[in-house]
Write a protein that binds this ligand. Structure first.
Ligand code: SAH
Length: 375
């Protein structure tokens, strides 16, 4: 099937659906992002002010620097292991890691002890990361890429992931007359992709409280791939010790609603329009991630808003230091960056920071914990 030439991903998927039946949203999303020929992350570098979407490290160097300080604190409290694995999942353009390493350089021994692993599946993104991080190669204890978290070396781990989980596939279920049914993607006679409800019924175990009371048409989203990543990292921390941060947009309590979205040129578009041309994502259900981490037996996971997290790490002080003695224009730029990263009505409120550690560490950033009822 794959050796047949297709003009677009839509054509390829319609061909596949005609032979094999409708796709789950998870299969559709995976094709949109990772298809080797047409997938978004395979052919387009969409991160940045002039591209499709902007992420926190691209807004300001302060984001990566503060996370660098957090990583140093984690490493020191773990007893300065040498070697240790410093990992980033889904590093994008490599900006966060470059800022992190620059800030962490001041901590004696950190860089040399760090065996850096970038978990990245896109060859195109790897090229960007190489350009941003090449200069660190000799200073670090090690530097490599991995396709999957399972390939991380067996060492104490300090890991960060910003907007990685939202890029992993999720499933949707729709309340029908006779229960919750999985949402899917089919193709009409003209080869256009359409949303359909599949015959498969949801496993009642995945449905949150209140599911029975939802009206027909209500939507529930479930992302086992995201839970599996957090569980795998948590299990690794059980075996080797360490600390990990997962930062993403999403909600602290499992709920109902359709958050399937496609983004291009900083605007939203329908997720079925031009598959592969847009970044397709959905909001992250942090309650389920907290539950996934906690069921491994790890010390309890902590959740904070990005706003509280960054302010506790010293965002305002860092902005003050960077702006000290600088022009009014520079100071205004820094003020705007702080507002975008930490403003409650901007990233600060929508984005959450999940922290998992083993053993319990006294790390800054989670002093104001958000409640995250277990799913
Ligand atoms: N962390 C970066 C980039 C976020 S975009 C930032 O904040 O700017 C998502 C990143 O995850 C991209 O680098 C993408 O190529 C990568 N990615 C997506 N799916 C992945 C997967 N299954 N495994 C590893 N990396 C993945």
């Amino acid at each position: 099937m794959t050796d047949r030439p297709f003009a677009s991903l839509e054509e390829k998927l319609a061909f596949q659906i005609a032979r094999q039946g409708p796709l789950s949203l998870a299969a559709y999303m995976h094709a949109c992002l990772a298809d080797p020929q047409f997938g978004y992350y395979s052919k387009r570098q969409g991160i940045g002010e002039s591209a499709d979407f902007i992420t926190a490290p691209e807004i300001s160097q302060m984001f990566g620097e503060l996370i660098g300080g957090w990583c140093v604190a984690a490493w020191q409290q773990l007893g300065r292991p040498d070697p240790f694995c410093l990992a980033e999942f889904g590093p994008g353009r490599g900006t966060l890691m470059a800022d992190l390493l620059r800030a962490a350089k001041k901590a004696e021994g950190f860089t040399k002890a760090a065996h850096l692993v970038l978990v990245e599946t896109s060859p195109l993104m790897r090229e960007h990361q190489k350009a941003a991080l090449q200069k660190w190669k000799n200073a670090l204890g090690g530097f490599e890429w991995a396709d999957h978290i399972s390939a991380l070396p067996g060492m104490p781990l300090v890991a960060v992931a910003n907007e990685f989980l939202d890029a992993l596939p999720f499933r949707q279920y729709i309340k029908a007359e006779n229960g919750w049914r999985e949402a899917g993607i089919a193709a009409n006679d003209a080869g256009k992709l359409i949303r359909v409800t599949l015959p498969c019924l949801a496993d009642p175990a995945i449905l949150p409280d209140g599911a029975d009371d939802q009206p027909p048409g209500a939507v529930f989203e479930h992302a086992p791939a995201r839970e599996a990543v957090v569980e795998e990292v948590a299990t690794r921390l059980m075996d080797h010790e360490g600390a990990a941060l997962f930062i993403d947009y999403g909600h602290t309590a499992s709920g109902f609603g359709d958050t399937f979205q496609a983004v291009r040129h900083h605007g939203y578009t329908g997720p079925l329009a031009e598959p592969g041309a847009h970044d397709v994502t959905s909001h992250v259900d942090f309650a389920r991630l907290v539950a996934a981490a906690n069921r491994t037996g790890l010390p309890p996971a902590a959740l904070a808003s990005q706003s509280d997290f960054l302010i506790e790490l010293g965002l305002l002080e860092r902005a003050g230091a960077l702006g000290h003695g600088k022009s009014a224009a520079v100071q205004e730029t820094l003020r705007r960056q702080v507002e975008r990263l930490a403003g409650a009505d901007q990233m600060g409120g929508l984005f959450k920071v999940l922290r998992i550690t083993n053993p319990v560490l006294a790390l800054p950033g989670h002093g104001k914990a958000l409640s995250a009822p277990s799913a």
